[in-house]
Structure formats: structure tokens, C-alpha cells
Design a protein around this ligand. Structure first.
Ligand code: ATP
Ligand code: LTN
Length: 332
């Protein structure tokens, strides 16, 4: 589709207020690909409805997520920024790929296991086939690399398996994608329980730092973060609280674990937590300012959505056309 250009593709669900986990694990890295790759970044609203959403909130967050993409430095002139439900090919390819995905494979997905435990009253088929829709997102654009947090690596690997299976039957249909996981930042953990992922759908707002939190709130949340019983600022498996803060500090300042341990050697948790809060607030301030500017012009955001959807549809329809033909669907 793009002869000499590699493709980067990713998506974020408009299922809650975005967190610094989303920022450090995903959004912040998106723009690193913009120079050398053709980039597609999607607001995956169809994925979000696998758990119940309030329609007005879903709508507002869809605008906000698009505005955050731009506030994080993505230029809509260069990257294709769009909303998943505006491009019908996603749902259509997902159905086809459903027929090339095994029940056993989907049963092994840890996100399905976690989410079905969390939403035991609504274990719907969409929650189960969620990774197939994600595979459709990725494969429609002949993607080479998918920048995501480590929790999504399993889904990208499944996407690859589905693509290999399809290509074996119908050669040269899909490019095989690779996940790209940011180096220093693995998984950002909850500030209240550092053995649990920081998640935008966490009910405890103090466990989560949101990208749009103001400076005082950010510092207060970090000061309350759960740490460990001794007072040494050192990363290790038996110190998940401090290790998480070191990882967050590194994500915002670019400092390695060793540099951070050295910088805070001999100092107490109080000082370290304040420094993490300050570094986080300083890095997010310009993002928040740009976000407010973009949100102030809804018509412009809608124009952006429309343009993104038109661009994305053009590419998506080419891949889907190829798939339909290969499968033996009658072309009219
Ligand atoms: P939800 O709570 O609704 O499941 P989420 O917070 O996990 O949502 P997603 O929209 O599913 O967010 O994720 C968007 C991107 O952010 C994905 O690439 C995901 O891997 C990354 N991400 C989410 N949470 C974290 C985290 N705590 N640490 C690192 N990366 C994360
Ligand atoms: N499943 C991802 C969101 C997502 C995505 C994608 C990420 C949907 N489609 C395509 C990368 C590429 C999540 O839950 N974070």
C-alpha cells in the first residue's frame, strides 16, 4: 500500500479520563514514529462499548481523546487521526477475522479474563472477541509497528497469528505487525496498589493520576502513594511502590533507574514523592494548555475527525477489497 514507507498504528479507548499510564505507555511515544513512519492513530470507540458507557460521556471523551492526540504533539497534517466508528471497514473485517480466530486463543487473553471478572454481570461476546476487532484495526492499514503498553503485547501477538493463518490460505494479504513497547516505562501501576495496573476505569481516583489533573492534585496524589516499609529509594521486585515511582519519574524526565537512585540516595520518601509530582506536573502542563486550546474549537475538531475518517477509509477499503476478493465474495 505504501511502497517505501513503514506504517505505525495504535488506538486508545475513550472509556474514561486518560491516565499517565496511557500517556507514558502509549500517547507520548506516538509522535516518535511521525517522522519516519506513516502513522494512523485511532480513537477506538467501538472497543469502548464492550463495557457499558453513558452515551454523553462516550461522545465527550471521543472529542477529548482526539484533542489529546494533538496536544501530545501529533500533527493531523502528517498523521491520520480518526474515530474507529467512522470507518465501517473495521467492523466488517472483524467479522471476517472472527472466522479465522480460535475460541481457545481468545480464552487465553488476560485482558478478557481480567475484564470478565471485573464486569461479571456483563460478559458479552464483544468483550470476548475484542482482540479480533483490534486485529482488524491493525491489519486494515498493513501496519508494521504498533506502539502500545506492555499489557497489549498479547493482543498484538494474536493479531500476528491471525495474519499468518490468513496469509497461509490467501498469500500476501496482510503485513505482519510488531509491538513496540517503550523501553524504560513498562507498566505504570496504581498508586494505591502497586501490584495492579494504573487504569482509567479504576474507581479510586487517588490511585490514578490523570493527564488533565492540576499540579496540586498531582502532587497530593503522589504524596499519598503507597510505598514500602523501609525508606530506601531503590528499584527492586520486593519494593513495587517505590519501583513504580522510579519508573514514572524516569518516564517524565528521561532519567534511568540508576540515575534516579543516585539522585535521591540518602533522601526520604517525602522528598522523592514531591519530586516525582513536580516532574509529572511540569511535563504535563504544556500538554494541558494545548488540550484546552483544541477543545475550545469543537467545529475544528469535527473537521479533523471528518478528514481523518476520509483518509483512513481510503486505505481501509483497499485492504478490505483485497480480502473480499480473495475469500470469494462476489464483486458487483
Ligand atoms: P481501561 O481501564 O478502560 O481498560 P486502559 O487505561 O487500560 O483502559 P486503554 O485505552 O485500554 O487504557 O489503553 C491505551 C493505551 O495505553 C494502550 O497502549 C495501553 O497499553 C496503554 N496503557 C494503559 N494503561 C497503562 C499503564 N498503566 N501503563 C502503561 N501503559 C498503559
Ligand atoms: N486494545 C487496546 C486499544 C486498541 C488498540 C488498537 C491499540 C484498540 N485497537 C489497535 C493498538 C492498535 C487497549 O485496550 N489499550
Amino acid at each position: 500500500m505504501f511502497k517505501d514507507q513503514k506504517i505505525s498504528y495504535s488506538g486508545v479507548q475513550p472509556s474514561g479520563n486518560l491516565t499517565i499510564g496511557n500517556y507514558l505507555g502509549a500517547l507520548k511515544n506516538f509522535k516518535d514514529f511521525a517522522r519516519d513512519y506513516k502513522c494512523f492513530y485511532c480513537v477506538v470507540d467501538e472497543h469502548a462499548i464492550t463495557v457499558r458507557q453513558v452515551p454523553a460521556d462516550l461522545r465527550r471523551r471521543t472529542y477529548e481523546t482526539l484533542a489529546l492526540y494533538m496536544a501530545c504533539g501529533l500533527d493531523p497534517e502528517k498523521s491520520t487521526l480518526y474515530v474507529q466508528s467512522h470507518v465501517r471497514e473495521h467492523a466488517e473485517l472483524a467479522w471476517v477475522l472472527d472466522c479465522f480466530t480460535m475460541f481457545g486463543e481468545l480464552s487465553r487473553m488476560t485482558q478478557f479474563k481480567d475484564k470478565s471478572a471485573k464486569h461479571a454481570d456483563n460478559v458479552n461476546a464483544g468483550l470476548f472477541t475484542y482482540p479480533v476487532l483490534m486485529a482488524a484495526d491493525i491489519l486494515l492499514y498493513q501496519t508494521d509497528v504498533v506502539p502500545v503498553g506492555i499489557d497489549q503485547k498479547q493482543h498484538v501477538e494474536l493479531t500476528r497469528d491471525i495474519a499468518v493463518r490468513f496469509n497461509q490460505l490467501y498469500p500476501d494479504t496482510f503485513t505482519l505487525p510488531e509491538p513496540y513497547i517503550a523501553k524504560n516505562v513498562r507498566k505504570i501501576m496504581s498508586l494505591a496498589d502497586p501490584t495492579k495496573k494504573m487504569s482509567k476505569s479504576d474507581e479510586n481516583v487517588n490511585a490514578v493520576v490523570y493527564i488533565l489533573d492540576d499540579k496540586d492534585t498531582i502532587i497530593r496524589k503522589f504524596r499519598r502513594a503507597v510505598t514500602d516499609s523501609d525508606s530506601e529509594i531503590r528499584a527492586s521486585e520486593d519494593k513495587p511502590g517505590v519501583s513504580n515511582l522510579i519508573s514514572i519519574y524516569g518516564g517524565f524526565t528521561g532519567k534511568s533507574v540508576e540515575e534516579t537512585e543516585k539522585e535521591f540516595a540518602g533522601l526520604g520518601y517525602g522528598e522523592f514523592k514531591t519530586a516525582v509530582g513536580e516532574a509529572c506536573a511540569a511535563a504535563l502542563a504544556p500538554v494541558q494548555q494545548r488540550f484546552r486550546d483544541y477543545m475550545a474549537d469543537k467545529a475544528q475538531l469535527e473537521a479533523q475527525m471528518k478528514r481523518g475518517a476520509e483518509e483512513a477509509s481510503w486505505y481501509a477499503s483497499r485492504t478490505l477489497g483485497k480480502v473480499r476478493k480473495k475469500l470469494g465474495f462476489v464483486q458487483l
